[in-house]
Design a protein around this ligand. Sequence first.
Ligand code: GKR
Ligand code: MG
Length: 446
Amino acid sequence: MIPTVETMEVIPVAGYDSMLLNQAGAHQPFFTRNVVVMTDSDGYTGVAEVPGGEVITRRLRSCIPLVEGRPISHYKQIVQECGRMLSNQVAGPVVGGAETAHALIFKKVTNVVTGVETPLLDILGKHMEVPVAALLGDGQVRDRVRFLGYLFYIGDPDATDLPYLRHDDDSDTWGRSRREAAMTPEAIVAQAEAAQERYGFRDFKLKGGVFEGEREIETIRQLKSRFPHARITIDPNAAWSLDESVRLCKGMEGTLTYVEDPCGAEDRFSAREVMAEFHRQTGLATATNMCDTDWREMKAAIRLDSVTIPLADPHFWTMQGCVRVAQLCNDMDLTWGVHSNNHFDISLAMVAQAAAAAPGEINACDTHYIWQDGQHLTTNPPVIENGEVEVRRDVPGLGVEVDRAAVEAAHQLYVDNDCGTRDDAVGMQYLIPGWQFDPKRPSMVR
Ligand code: GKR
Ligand code: MG
């Protein structure tokens, strides 16, 4: 008798964050996610963690009637039906008609599909006694997945009256320093040292788009001189113009291993055309989570030779979809990587499983987990050691067990703080009164 899915719960949760700076402003004290928990008639549980926000919560809940009561063997059919139902939900004219609004709406559909797909894969893996990686693509191809140390400039939480977390983990330099201001190249190097000491990273990424490009490139130079063997990248989220990107990065091979979204759409040219020009003029490898984010954009990016490292986050491409991207990269001389946003340990497990099924040479995966480490939603969170997470072949499913009490507490945090959708402008306005987002300027340059 094939087990059926008995329940699908959708639980919006929140966790604490530091005042991390980026091109869109400053992270607020809380970040949000949606957790999905399914149980089946044999007593197995499957979980997923996807981006937060009420739209995604609502859309996930609209999938429940298509999931509950169905045999787990129908998993592909269930995922297909949810995808179709969601696409119909969002079909029709978008208010304002902007292309980006359309793209966002469809991306939120993929987030939801991932939230249905992953717990089903988790449950199937448990029944078949194989890790989720064994069910993706051509199956598991690696036992250890490399992650990078994601470094951020940090605003001074004392400059605000917001409830940023302090002293939640004073056990080492990383635990202490991740909650304090870091605004100089020296402070970023110290941050990298602390992260490396705790997690053993061999790769670093600096979130740029905060200060003038020269100051950020100086930070990169200092990082490289402190960690000469590290692979290092910078991601200003397209805050620089093409000319500025080329001026800042040309000649940086050997220091910058690749550059993530240095520039975006400009004048008459699309982001993919501008990135192609950057790649051609500098010879540097290019990564993106901004202009090659679905199959249609992928086709254009490949034709133009804009992107050598598509960052295919499973939360945005689905678990199966991001492995399809990895397979394509392996066949087409591209190298696969993963984008991230703030997340808990369930997402870390999801990324590790997807990357364990990604064939060929891949880049260290992005993760924000080091900023959240200690706030767990599972009883056995994955551990980053020597810059890697192990994906054991003898541990079935996602390899994590949901901690119901922790999920309930994170949900309470969400409710108590009235957490809605992320808005990085709010925190930023404490640093620069009246601050407004400008996609073409670093956030501290006003
Ligand atoms: O957490 O501030 C952040 C990042 O800027 C995030 O929002 C991006 O989506 O990490 C992401 C990126 O690589 O662009
Ligand atoms: Mg990025």
